[in-house]
Design a protein around this ligand. Structure first.
Ligand code: BGC
Length: 464
């Protein structure tokens, strides 16, 4: 296996040795993110054909689209229950098997009921992978590039969404093309499952399971050096102060603030409206008067590309600027664009072409989300919890995230009906302003510290 060491120059001026192997390990785990993105994005195109095949009315269409979120809620809870017992690596392999099963079931379904069951199963895979992949990456990463490596997962996610749009586009003219759209997920699922079989267990999980000898072997391999004593000792020490790992530990006073931060960010990541854009971009473009399907597809693809590009920008910045500044800039950009969007719908006479204005504003909004709130939420919840309850606490935040996602997805069109188009976006803008205040007041800075140093600092409230 490749064990090359490259010297990474860090903005603090120090040089850290980073092994090539840890990048490979993270990239394989990030395929979980790719499947998360692909399987949430692919339905937008597939549903157009599924509705004709099975003669679906609008309620049944909505159900077919949103059951995946229900599955994700279940998967996120399941991941928390099983995560500690079986370990991060096995959980990722389990998610790959579930993705595979779901893809086959939906691609070969003889009827709507099995299609819906298949989508729920896919959702369970998404729910597990959505937080276990970032957790695994965070636990293998060296502190100097942990942010960038966890961003890799979100980068794969955004690429997955884009890939889904592309596959949907390519198969539109193929008879039964929707089966291909859903079924092609077997390829990344196989790569993820087989790839993870060759990857090591998380050294931190091994220590938690009293398998210190194996943890040393793994850490030596992923750090590319035998000088791992200090890191091992730090993990052991941290675990010794943390104690047991039961669900009731989540209610201890020391965990109150980290849980509020995780659940709060989870909800804010969704109620600030990202998935109204990711799932409903063509509808929003139609609101602005764009009637041409070609322009709508182009606009949606443009939004997908921006999402990828700005995730890369964020990945470059996160270990340099830090998590807090990135989040605050991201949320401010989102608040401004949502305000502009509301204004554009309220006073369409201000823009010579409302359609163009809306496309540009949506791009600004997605760019702002991509450099911060999108990936930083997943990163922070992989950093702020003690090892003994990390899996359970991340699962709780992830359940909150998928729950909020489901609520936004099923209420968006009704909110537009009740509050009107400007009113809906004013509401999301107000929620974004609230999340700026929340972040400013509560969210800690975690860059360039080991996970154990973060725990130590959180215990002593020294995290700004
Ligand atoms: C969010 C998803 C969203 C995606 C868009 C993720 O961080 O959790 O809900 O669809 O970003 O890129």
């Amino acid at each position: 296996m490749i064990m090359t060491n490259s010297s990474i120059s860090h903005p603090s001026g120090t040089h850290h040795k980073v092994s090539g192997f840890v990048i490979i390990v993270s990239a394989i785990a990030a395929i979980g993110g790719l499947l998360f993105g692909y399987d949430t994005g692919v339905i937008s195109g597939a549903i157009l054909f599924i509705k004709e095949q099975f003669q679906l009315d609008s309620t049944m269409q909505e159900l077919t689209v949103s059951v995946v979120l229900v599955g994700a809620l279940v998967g996120a809870a399941l991941g928390g229950i099983l995560g500690d017992r079986f370990g991060r690596r096995h959980m990722i392999i389990l998610s790959a098997i579930i993705f595979l099963l779901g893809a086959l079931l939906t691609a070969f379904t003889p009827n709507l009921s099995i299609l819906i069951c298949g989508r729920i199963i896919v959702g369970v895979g998404i729910g597990i992978a959505s937080f276990i992949s970032p957790m695994y990456i965070s636990e293998v990463a060296p502190k100097s590039i942990r942010g960038t490596l966890v961003f890799l997962n979100q980068l794969a996610l955004t690429l997955g969404i884009l890939l889904a749009y592309l596959v949907d586009y390519l198969f539109t003219t193929v008879p039964g093309g929707w089966r291909w759209m859903l079924g092609l997920a077997v390829i990344p699922a196989l790569v993820l499952g087989l790839g993870m079989l060759k990857m090591p267990n998380s050294p931190r999980w091994l220590i938690m399971k009293n398998r210190g000898g194996q943890a040393r072997t793994v850490l030596t391999k992923i750090r590319g050096t035998a000088a791992v004593d200090a890191e091992l000792a730090e993990i052991h020490d941290s675990l010794a102060t943390e104690g047991s790992s039961s669900w009731s530990d989540l209610f201890k006073p020391a965990l109150r603030l980290p849980l509020i931060i995780g659940i709060g960010l989870a909800i804010f990541q969704q109620v600030t409206g990202i998935n109204t854009v990711i799932y409903y971009a063509p509808t929003i473009l139609e609101f602005s008067g764009i009637k041409s399907v070609a322009v709508s597809i182009l606009g949606t693809t443009g939004i997908g590309v921006i999402n990828v590009i700005f995730t890369i920008v964020g990945a470059w910045l996160v270990d340099r600027a830090g998590r807090r500044p990135l989040l605050l800039i991201s949320l401010s950009g989102m608040a401004i664009s949502l305000g502009l969007l509301a204004l554009a719908f309220q006073l369409p006479q201000l823009a010579s072409s409302l359609g163009m204005a809306v496309v540009v504003i949506l791009m600004l909004y997605v760019a702002s989300f991509a450099i911060g709130l999108g990936p930083v939420f997943w990163l922070l919840i992989s950093e702020i919890y003690p090892l003994n309850v990390r899996s359970k606490a991340m699962s709780v935040a992830t359940v909150a995230n998928w729950g909020a996602n489901l609520i936004v997805a099923v209420t968006f069109l009704s909110i537009v009906q009740v509050l009107g188009r400007p009113g809906a976006f004013w509401l999301y803008a107000a929620l974004t302003v609230a999340s700026v205040l929340f972040t400013y007041k509560l969210v800690p800075e975690t860059k360039n510290r080991t996970l154990e140093q973060i725990q130590e600092a959180m215990r002593h409230h020294q995290v700004r």
